[in-house]
Design a protein around this ligand. Structure first.
Ligand SMILES: *[C@@H]1O[C@H](CO)[C@@H](O)[C@H](O)[C@H]1NC(C)=O
Ligand SMILES: *[C@@H]1O[C@H](CO)[C@@H](O)[C@H](O)[C@H]1NC(C)=O
Ligand SMILES: *[C@@H]1O[C@H](CO)[C@@H](O)[C@H](O)[C@H]1NC(C)=O
Ligand SMILES: *[C@@H]1O[C@H](CO)[C@@H](O)[C@H](O)[C@H]1NC(C)=O
Ligand SMILES: *[C@@H]1O[C@H](CO)[C@@H](O)[C@H](O)[C@H]1NC(C)=O
Ligand SMILES: [Zn+2]
Length: 429
């Protein structure tokens, strides 16, 4: 594909600037306050060389008409409501995954195995799930950068497993209270319940990824992980007019270094777990859920609360609704998880639920010459242009040492490669 060729070229000049943008992203302070991802020029929150740009590059105004969820055949192009076939993945995803493997971004660690249904999967004998190389969240190992805690004093709200028949009721309740939540959605449930999906979306709630069919992710092959995440992202993308989700939550909280690496390197996803669990999913009465909620709501405000909750049944939903007044009464600040953790930038390519989504920029000759002739920072969607211009030696700079000459040479090389990359676009686009 054209875009892979381009990103190969772009990866070189962008590497140095991308490192700057990335550092704030990777150094989330997971123990204390969460650092908000830095918005890049052109709205995207991933560096321009990240594959997620080319995987989901379209947006409104690009001539594509997204069918409304629920319209006839709206989901025809998606996998059936079963485990996605790894042999039917879009080639671009596999190519991006292959590139991540080649650059050493995906650790080659053993898969876990589910020995019995609904029990924690186990790794082969001798493999320690708490070791930094594996770091399985099922065993409560926290991978640096993953989200387990909310900011102090905040009740970071989310619900898993929707959309489902009760979604509109939950959304209506929250709308009455003037608040929103984050829905970690299952791909096949979006296909089954498109109008319930729209109820959440149209109320301005935040939509995030909870995989296609809800498996234990650490038991899957890399390509199965790719399909579970990629198809759910693609469906949310197409069902929201082009928004690219930023967050995913592993079903059962089951992720590890390998699964996380695929989510992050290929799709730009951040992993969200939780720090308290009402076990509403297994409760047989709202009283049990309310009891658990009351306990968590009376605990110290440090760290903030991320409670695992579900929109699956009247027990889970009413358990929450009945507990809702206690949240404010106990001094917690209710916020939608994706909103508070991202500083309001819930998607990778949009400022918020209402802001327009932005297609990844296509670079052209005009942008490059603008970038090289001036150091202007007023070029729209100009992440590449800014980066290229920053690597051009200033005409007044006097090379006065061997090292600055070396730098200048590499800058020229960078510029040459950028020109090459851009002319590739011009020739083939
Ligand atoms: C999703 O939308 C893209 C445009 O962004 C389109 O090319 C693609 O065919 C759609 N996918 C499906 C499965 O409908
Ligand atoms: C990805 O890598 C595999 C194994 O090396 C190869 O068989 C496959 O053709 C590659 N696919 C793409 C799309 O690059
Ligand atoms: C609830 O979360 C707090 C903060 O992470 C933790 O200290 C506590 O052990 C959790 N309680 C339960 C029952 O998991
Ligand atoms: C509900 O679950 C509790 C413990 O989990 C159990 O003691 C109780 O018998 C159950 N009640 C019903 C009606 O199933
Ligand atoms: C090139 O990019 C610039 C800046 O985004 C845009 O204004 C211009 O219309 C583009 N030119 C072509 C030929 O697409
Ligand atoms: Zn779930």
């Amino acid at each position: 594909m054209l875009f892979q060729a381009i990103s190969l070229f772009l990866a070189i000049p962008l590497a140095q600037a991308a490192a700057v943008a990335r550092s704030s992203h990777e150094h989330h302070d997971h123990d204390h306050t969460h650092e908000v991802p830095q918005r890049l020029p052109g709205v995207w929150y991933q560096e321009p060389d990240h594959p997620v740009h080319s995987l989901f590059r379209r947006g409104p105004g690009d001539g594509y008409n997204y069918p409304v969820p629920g319209a006839q055949n709206w989901a025809a192009g998606f996998p059936p409501t079963s485990v996605p076939n790894p042999a039917m993945l879009p080639r671009e995803w596999v190519a991006a995954y292959n590139a991540s493997v080649a650059s050493g971004d995906i650790p080659n660690i053993p898969r876990s195995q589910s020995l019995q249904p609904n029990t924690n999967p186990v790794y082969p004998q001798g493999v320690n799930p708490m070791s930094p190389e594996i770091c399985s969240a099922t065993y409560k190992c926290r991978i640096p950068g993953d989200i387990w805690d909310a900011p102090n004093g905040v009740f970071a709200s989310s619900f898993d497993d929707g959309p489902l028949p009760l979604t509109p009721q939950l959304v209506g309740f929250l709308q009455d209270k003037g608040v929103k939540t984050t829905h970690f959605m299952i791909g096949v449930n979006i296909i089954y319940y498109p109008s319930q999906f729209l109820a959440a979306l149209n109320a301005g709630h935040d939509i995030a990824v909870h995989t296609w069919t809800h498996p234990y992710m650490t038991t899957l092959s890399d390509l199965d992980v790719l399909g579970q995440l990629g198809w759910t992202m693609q469906l949310i993308h197409n069902a929201t007019g082009g928004r690219v989700p930023k967050y995913w939550r592993p079903p059962y909280g089951d992720t590890d270094q390998r699964v996380n690496a695929i989510a992050s390197a290929v799709f730009g996803l951040e992993t969200v777990v939780w720090n308290n669990d009402t076990e509403d999913w297994g409760s047989n009465s709202t009283d049990l859920v309310q009891g658990a909620m009351a306990g968590f709501l009376s605990r110290p405000k440090t760290p903030g609360l991320i409670i695992l909750e579900h929109e699956t049944s009247t027990i889970t939903v009413n358990g929450f609704i009945n507990s809702f007044p206690l949240i404010a009464q106990n001094g917690w600040q209710f916020q939608s998880l994706a909103d508070v953790m991202s500083g309001g930038h819930i998607y990778q390519n949009s400022d918020n639920d209402n802001a327009p989504v932005t297609a990844a920029p296509v670079y052209n000759q005009t942008m490059l010459s603008l970038a090289t002739s001036t150091a202007s920072s007023t070029i729209p969607a100009s992440s590449i242009a800014d980066l290229v211009s920053s690597s051009v030696p200033s005409p007044t700079a006097k090379p006065n040492s061997a090292s600055s000459i070396r730098e200048q040479r590499s800058s020229s090389l960078v510029l040459f490669l950028s020109l090459l990359a851009v002319s590739t676009v011009v020739v083939f686009s």
